[in-house]
Write a protein that binds this ligand. Structure first.
Ligand SMILES: [Zn+2]
Length: 591
């Protein structure tokens, strides 16, 4: 059963789904996993006619415990203060740091079509909404200490209370320790050495724990949300979901103090992004915003939703990884919308990935788009549109435009130099390192292209035919094409790429390939026995076999042209004589 269906099968009554984020810096790409898992569950419940709401909280009463990269000057004096009280970085028009970093993340939600009911913990605490729960938790401090010991084996002294007051003197929340509760106020001290990342001011006092004068530690804040909202489904990252981990502690507190079962957990694994530049100090690609720039919404959703939550998602932002992802998306879309042979799961994955029920749209192959996007003087949008076979709708042009943008972002920020595509005006030096068979193939291709029909599929057929007539293994032939044309190992479907280039240019370029004909004959010839076996194996399908002698320099070869039932032509040759080897090698083979 598809994982969303499994979750839905366990739900009957109306559900509140909850997730949250601490906005202590640019939101990391990994946070998208939870956001999209919860969104997929939310949509699945709705599609089944179950009432559901998706809440997403900003944990902005958490203390600033780390300075965002490169911002020391501004932030260091606020370490330990609630994030909602820290001013935004210079140049930001947000009212505070929390809103500054969440603003970027909310933008990603909108692009991904994730609709949530937002809340800020600042507002929840200050409105008094948690007052009742805070009181009950503080009255049950003993129970909390026992649960910490039993579930996670962590000792808390008898004077420890699960609450952090905002220091009335210095405004820090991360440095205070509460040691008493009398039913209306807590006693706290602001300790200079309680945490490594902030220094408390030493103030001691009593303060009401209500209406935003402090917060619960996050494990109990979880409990407060579950009980108050109340939350029915909340997945947690695997780092929280281990045995005796924070999720277990919170669940045990919910049961022990409130007699309430915790929400359904959907433990999820990490979302990891690798690639050439990912580990660089510039940190390109590490934020959720960067990933939403790179991948179109439906592809990013697809990447996350097709994988079960308890399996990691490893996305390599290199050429191979990104091309594979787009191709897999296109294949799934094709099977659902065009070929109508998708499995039920594929149908579910696609409908959960599409940000609007857009149905079938024209999709240009990403690898081709990427190659075209790197060709100067070529307007990829217009040129691809011309070859679509029909006018594109406004929606399709938008989808194509977004795909071109993904290609440009990838080339600009992620592609290694060797992965970039540069259309070669003249043959690159590296063509000299190709085999004689590859060079012979390229030269033969330049001849075949003179008369080929100038259309993607026809040109691809021409490449295959030329490879059989050389003969050369097809993968090796394609490598030769990419080397000559782009000076790299990989490239888009050759026929499709050719269709965007002019016949004159392509024939001109390939006809300059230098071939050592005698060496070509030597390296493409097979042993007589091999030829015999091959002919035997093909005999039933062969329509016509012709042979002729070919000569180049001191090499004489006998060449066999075999035409098969399906019309495909193949060439095989054996050496008859080679001066370099001392003359006659084999008697000619009788067909
Ligand atoms: Zn203080």
């Amino acid at each position: 059963m598809f994982w969303c269906e499994e979750v839905a099968a366990r739900c009957s009554r109306p559900q509140i789904i909850n997730d949250s984020k601490t906005p202590s810096g640019r939101v990391h790409v990994g946070a998208l996993r939870g956001v999209l898992i919860h969104d997929a569950i939310f949509r699945t419940l709705r599609a089944k006619g179950l009432e559901a709401r998706y809440f997403f909280g900003v944990d902005d009463y958490d203390p600033l415990d780390e300075i965002p990269a490169g911002k020391d000057e501004h932030f260091s004096k606020y370490l330990g203060q609630p994030l909602c009280n820290v001013p935004p970085p210079d140049g930001s028009d947000a009212p505070d740091m929390a809103e500054h970093y969440m603003g970027e993340f909310w933008g990603v939600f909108e692009e991904l079509g994730v609709e949530v009911e937002r809340y800020r913990m600042r507002d929840v605490y200050r409105s008094g909404r948690f007052n009742v729960v805070i009181d009950k938790i503080l009255r049950n401090a003993e129970t909390v200490r026992r649960v910490y010991k039993e579930v996670s084996n962590s000792d808390r002294p008898a004077t420890w209370y699960p609450f952090q007051a905002v220091c009335e003197q210095c405004g820090r929340i991360g440095t205070t320790e509460v040691y008493d509760y009398d039913g209306s106020t807590v006693a706290y001290r602001c300790r200079p050495n309680m945490v490594k990342w902030a220094t408390g001011c030493g103030h001691e006092g009593r303060v009401s724990p209500f209406d935003g004068r402090g917060k619960l530690p996050w494990k109990l804040e979880w409990v407060a949300k579950w009980v108050t909202f109340p939350v029915g489904i909340e997945g947690a990252g695997k780092d929280h979901s281990t045995k005796g981990g924070s999720r277990d502690v919170a669940a045990a507190c919910a049961r022990a103090i409130f007699g309430q079962e915790p929400p359904l957990n959907v433990p999820y694994e990490f979302f990891l992004v690798g690639g050439a530049k990912m580990s660089s100090s510039r940190g390109i690609g590490a934020s959720a915003r960067d990933m939403a720039d790179l991948l179109p919404p439906e592809v990013l959703r697809f990447l996350m939703i097709r994988t079960k939550p308890n399996s990691p998602v490893n996305f390599e932002a290199n050429e191979e990884g990104i091309v594979k992802l787009f191709n897999e998306y296109d294949r799934c879309e094709g099977r659902v919308h065009r070929e109508k042979n998708a499995t039920p799961d594929e149908g579910r994955i696609l409908s959960l990935s599409e940000t609007s029920g857009r149905g079938e749209v024209y999709q240009a192959n990403f690898q081709l788009v990427t190659a075209l996007a790197q060709m100067p003087h070529l307007n990829a949008l217009e040129e691809i549109g011309k070859r679509a076979g029909r006018p594109l709708t406004a929606l399709e042009r938008g989808v194509l435009q977004r795909r071109i943008r993904s290609a440009e972002v990838w080339v600009d920020r992620y592609a290694a130099d060797s992965e970039k595509t540069r259309l070669q005006e003249v043959l690159p030096e590296s063509v000299n390192a190709l085999s004689e068979a590859q060079r012979g193939f390229l030269l033969q291709l330049s001849e075949a292209l003179k008369t080929a029909e100038w259309e993607g599929d026809a040109l691809q057929t021409c490449v295959f035919e030329t490879a059989r007539m050389t003969p050369i293994e097809q993968p090796v032939a394609f490598k030769a094409i990419y080397r000559a044309l782009l000076d790299k190992e990989l490239g888009p479907r050759a026929g499709n790429l050719f269709a965007y280039l002019s016949r004159e240019f392509l024939v001109g370029l390939l006809s300059t390939v230098a071939v050592d004909r005698p060496e070509f004959l030597r390296t493409t010839a097979v042993a007589v026995d091999t030829l015999r076996e091959w002919v035997e194996a093909q005999r039933a399908k062969a329509m016509l076999i012709e042979s002729r002698l070919v000569q180049a320099g001191g090499v004489l070869a006998q060449e066999f042209l075999v035409v098969m039932e399906d019309g495909k032509r193949h060439v095989r040759r054996v050496l008859v004589a080679d001066e370099a080897e001392g003359g006659l090698l084999a008697a000619s083979v009788k067909g």
